[in-house]
Design a binder for this molecule. Structure first.
Ligand code: URA
Ligand code: CA
Length: 412
């Protein structure tokens, strides 16, 4: 086989065979195929798309490039995946709720990237919480508590890692089959039997419209089902932060508030995801599953379980007694009106720049920095109302970011 012929074939909009796709993925991963050859093929794929058969083959080839976790010995395992949001703490709330309902969930989570936070950074804001535990121990904890959240191994779908880095620099990220196969190769490597996808759309997400999000979700569902998994999805609006807090410790605290009964969009989306996970895991109706989730949450059983999960992985429980952080600066609205647009991605990006996410791999995260918001789209705001509480490293940093935060709100 010759990579030149494969590129030529795709550039003429002809369907590639499974063998040709495997040849490409293996060759690129082991260095036999160069960056410029891979770039040319990726661009042809971006332009002409891929058939479902090609997309399945690409996913499968990337999936088999690394470790595939075997969870067969702990029974039916359910997983949830979000395409990345701002103020999205659903994983941490969902895990103990689903666990209370009788589901097993061994979550392999990631760190923050760009404007989106990462579950691992959030959970590490419980001081001492161990994210790097071995699989044997993680399975033990999953059997004990129903859920366990650990950091994803670096060896899940390494082909995707290499291809994604190349796509990022060659304007080939934006392709439905490339995105779907990239996400699903990693998910399928994580060993769950059932997967619920949370695909975001809006200015704070990859997909800008609901229609595109549904299309991506449906393609990922097909890939999962083709691989023998039970699949479901929701799509979710990211034109505003999901919760009210952005920043690691602030978001971890919002999970505790949610498990204590706080109402709002974060709760609604969490319950919808829980219901889908529980439905797949227990093979019951959506309505029955939803009720189980509500019962676990409202009885505070999920809160108790969350505390146990954190404690069992060495995390400090101080945050359960209340948020001790004090805001460095309160920002007030300079005009009255309706909040009609939020630059959601920019809000996430600013909190990241304050130190909540790594800008370089060697950066140290500041778990305490962040911002608390008080309004949702459509809310009426009066001049002088506090719109942001900024939790900064110091006064100078708070002042430096104040106007930038205010510019994220369009009040008319
Ligand atoms: N997230 C991924 O993991 N891969 C993509 O291609 C896009 C988003
Ligand atoms: Ca299993």
């Amino acid at each position: 086989m010759d990579i030149k012929n494969i590129i030529d074939k795709k550039s003429k909009n002809k369907e590639l065979t499974k063998d040709e796709i495997e040849f490409f993925v293996d060759g690129y991963t082991n260095g036999a195929i160069t960056d410029y050859q891979a770039s040319a093929l990726l661009m042809a794929i971006k332009i002409f798309g891929m058939t479902e058969k090609e997309t399945f083959a690409l996913t499968n080839a990337m999936l088999h490039s690394g470790e595939i976790i075997d969870l067969a010995d702990i029974g039916m395992v359910v997983d949830k995946h979000s395409t990345g949001g701002v103020s999205d703490t659903t994983t941490l709330a969902l895990a103990p709720i689903c666990a209370e309902a009788g589901i097993k969930m061994l979550k392999l989570s990631g760190r923050g990237l760009g404007f989106t936070g990462g579950t691992i950074d959030k959970v590490e804001s419980f001081k001492g919480y161990q994210v790097e535990i071995d699989m044997g121990k993680a399975k033990e904890l999953t059997l004990k508590n129903g859920a366990c959240v650990i950091a994803a191994s670096k060896n899940l779908a390494p082909a995707d890692k290499k291809l994604y880095a190349l796509r990022d620099t060659t304007a080939t990220v934006e392709s439905l089959p490339l995105i779907a196969s990239s996400i699903m190769s990693k998910k399928l490597a994580s060993g769950a039997d059932a997967i619920v996808l949370d695909v975001k759309y809006g200015n704070g997400a990859f997909m800008k419209t609901k229609k595109d999000a549904v299309q991506l979700a449906k393609l990922m569902v097909k890939i999962g089902e083709n691989a023998g998994k039970k699949m479901d999805y929701i799509v979710d609006d990211m034109n505003e932060p999901l919760g009210y807090n952005i920043g690691n410790r602030l978001e971890a605290y919002e999970v505790i508030e949610l498990l204590n009964g706080k109402k709002g969009k974060l709760r609604d989306v969490t319950l919808a995801l829980c219901a889908k996970c529980i439905r797949l895991g227990l093979d019951i109706s959506y309505e029955q599953a939803y009720q189980k989730a509500v019962d676990a949450l409202d009885s505070k059983r999920a809160l108790k379980r969350f505390k146990q999960m954190i404690a069992d992985q060495g995390g400090d429980l101080e945050l359960f007694k209340g948020l001790k952080l004090k805001p460095t600066l309160k920002i007030k609205a300079t005009a009255s009106g309706i909040l009609n647009k939020i630059d959601c991605a920019e809000l996430g990006r600013l909190v990241g720049l304050m130190g909540a996410t790594r800008q370089k791999i060697t950066d140290q995260i500041d778990y305490n920095v962040g911002v608390r918001t008080f309004h949702k789209l459509g809310d009426k705001i009066e001049k002088g109302d506090v719109v942001f509480e900024v939790f900064a490293k110091n006064k100078e940093q708070a002042n430096e970011f104040a106007e930038k935060f205010l510019n994220c709100y369009h009040i008319v």
